[in-house]
Design a binder for this molecule. Sequence first.
Ligand code: UDP
Length: 449
Amino acid sequence: MAGQEQRRRRRIVLFPLPFQGHMNPMLQLATLLHGRGLAVTVLHTGFNAPDPTRHPAEFTFVPIHESFPAEVTSPGADIATQLLALNAACEAPFREALASLLLRGQDQDVACAVVDGQCYSALRAAHQLGVPALALRTDSAATFRSMLAYPRLRDAEERLEELVPDLEPLRARDLIRVDGSDTDALCGFIGSVADATRASASGIVINTFEGIEASELVKIQRELSRPAFAVGPLHLLSQAPAEQSLHAPDRGCLAWLDERPPRSVLYVSLGSVACVDRGVFEEMAWGLAGSGVPFLWVVRPGLVSGGGGGGGEEVPPLPDGFGKEIRSRGKIVSWAPQREVLAHAAIAAFWTHCGWNSTLESVCEGVPMLVQPCFADQLVNARYVTHGWGVGMEVGEEIERGRVAKAVTKLMVGDDAAQMRGRAYHLKMQASAATSLSIDCLVHYISSL
Ligand code: UDP
């Protein structure tokens, strides 16, 4: 009890990136640490600020008063440029906010800062103020390893199909890539993340679990000579409510699923950011039609690039004649309650872009995947799904209706499908056995800082 009291007075200061896929894991981690006696202050940007009413009343929320340029806030901004600008704009206001917390006396004894691992400027600032900083990775351990190795991999681009030594099963083509993005900006960003983590982080906290990334975790600890805590899957371990979703989920699809036989439906979603051109969208649609399987498809505003819906705010129109397919065995929604969908007995498989949250959510529900990575860490995650864990297959480099139909059928019916399903079930069991032991180790480590 005395130890508990002692820790109650120790405070952790969290700084999430202001995007849903980063904010949710950070606040889930906050809830777990708070449950173990640590006081929580969340420093946050005014842009996409978290909603304090969705979190325990004991959490303190403090805005840092940043001023973001348009590169950060405009939808569709180049990701590397956006993250570089965000880091530049956050450094001074984060430092001031943290410094003023440090001045506030004994009851505010700050044990450490937990900073989003992409926010290298805040990691640096915390370290410079003498506050031990932990980097929270909201992507996978494998992605983080590939970022640490990035500078030596730039020339691997010429050997796309070859396995990258020490990063197997990744090939050069699976390394982080953002087509159309400024390569120098991307390399500059990744280099800054790797340098700041090496120079300023006292430890790494990763939303993953041993069952899928044990060897990557060991390698990170060895490469950085500091602890790496696999605290995931955070959405399973933490009872924290998600931040307000980007779009209102259409819950009607759950009733629609209730009427479908067990393991019969393919769920299709490319997440919140990825977009495809009109031709690919139409091939996806007709491939789904040709496969003959029931499907639930998230067609959200902005999914189709270059119009196809009268602008980013409108849902793109479906191909002419596709309505007949939907009436017979499909359901289209503009946003789904994804975690509930993946947990539904009617779901057989998930056609996904392999964002890390979607990948983890699918793994945790034992749902095999058809992978269509679009950019960044999605390429790494997709390779692990297909060649690391054997719980999915590729839809193919070229999205063409005939190939799509074949891939969907192979994923859902026959021996290969049964084997993938078996392995996915095994991973689900491992995910559900993942305990909070790592969180306990993390709390112990924080008390030692
Ligand atoms: N999501 C959802 N409904 C949808 C599509 C996505 O709730 O219709 C959620 C999904 O459960 C996941 C997140 O949005 O938690 C997407 O995150 P991810 O890292 O997979 O991809 P991103 O959107 O960042 O590319």
